[in-house]
Design a protein around this ligand. Structure first.
Ligand SMILES: Nc1ncnc2c1ncn2[C@@H]1O[C@H](COP(=O)(O)OP(=O)(O)OP(=O)(O)O)[C@@H](O)[C@H]1O
Length: 252
């Protein structure tokens, strides 16, 4: 049962008001949400409903005006900046719409960097980078620099960088935005596999096909949770056959 698993992310009565006075905007409004190990939660809602703000709060990139965000048992509001930075580096993987790859590093160096910063040996980190990249990118391009890659390839590198290692909370803001259908499926499969291995993921998407990979779908409206649907068991994944087909298509 998924409810037996540890809570990786707890958002308790979280409100985030941007700005002040007459221009104040309540982007997230009294949200309660737990995401457990093994669980992939999709966040949907119209533009401006608060999805990105929610994700930024979950990863400690933004602070709530009220309420508490707890990651791996640690209330982020009680962390000193150095501890918060360490917690984010060790436990949280981010995938943003615009990957922000470092231009002076190759694709595989960009992906291995988080592990190297965490003290993993360069050799081990590079091997892990090549391994995760092989799931979403043709091996011929892993040694190219970002400006030698297409937009979709850069996006895939950014996904691999966000998901490398054993970080337990994965936060993805439209991770498949610039990708074709087959590659988008591969990225969702990667996220799904990470969750099946024990990570917890919060993924913003506009795409119902991608939300179908989630255990639960949270719909936001005006910063509030409008509905939560689905309770697919976390262990359920796509069939082996579907995985094989996707891998074959990507390697073409
Ligand atoms: N830094 C900010 N200052 C002021 N208002 C902001 C700020 N960031 C977001 N907002 C407002 O908060 C609300 C929620 O924004 P948010 O970006 O979280 O929505 P979203 O659901 O992610 O939208 P989209 O799907 O368009 O990316 C919007 O009304 C937005 O204009």
């Amino acid at each position: 049962m998924i409810t037996d698993r540890p809570v990786v992310l707890r958002m308790h009565d979280v409100t985030r008001i941007h700005g002040a006075g007459s221009t104040a905007v309540t982007a997230v409004d009294h949200v309660d949400l737990d995401v457990r190990a093994g669980e992939l939660v999709a966040v949907m809602g119209r533009s401006g409903s608060g999805k990105s703000t929610l994700l930024n709060l979950a990863g400690g990139l933004d602070q709530p005006s009220r309420g508490a965000v707890v990651v791996e048992g640690q209330d982020l509001s009680t962390c000193r900046p150095a501890r918060l930075a360490e917690l984010r580096r060790r436990h949280v993987g981010y995938v943003f719409q615009h990957g922000n790859l470092l231009p002076t590093l190759t694709a595989s160096e960009n992906v291995s960097l988080p592990l190297e910063l965490d003290g993993v040996s360069v050799r081990e980190a590079r091997a892990a980078a090549v391994s995760i990249l092989s799931e979403v990118l043709h091996p011929d391009v892993v040694d190219r620099y970002p400006d030698e890659l297409s937009g979709g390839e850069q996006q895939r590198v950014a996904v691999a960088r966000g998901l490398i290692g054993s970080r337990r909370l994965l936060l993805a803001d439209e991770p498949t935005g610039a990708l074709d259908e087959v590659t988008a499926e591969a990225v969702m499969r990667l996220l799904r596999d990470r969750c099946n291995d024990g990570a917890a993921a919060l993924v913003v998407t506009h795409d119902a096909a991608q939300a179908a990979w989630a255990d639960r779908v949270v719909r936001l409206r005006d910063g509030r949770i409008d509905s939560i649907t689905g309770d697919r068991p976390a262990s359920q994944s796509t069939t082996t056959q579907a995985n094989d087909t996707l891998t074959a298509e990507l390697q073409r």
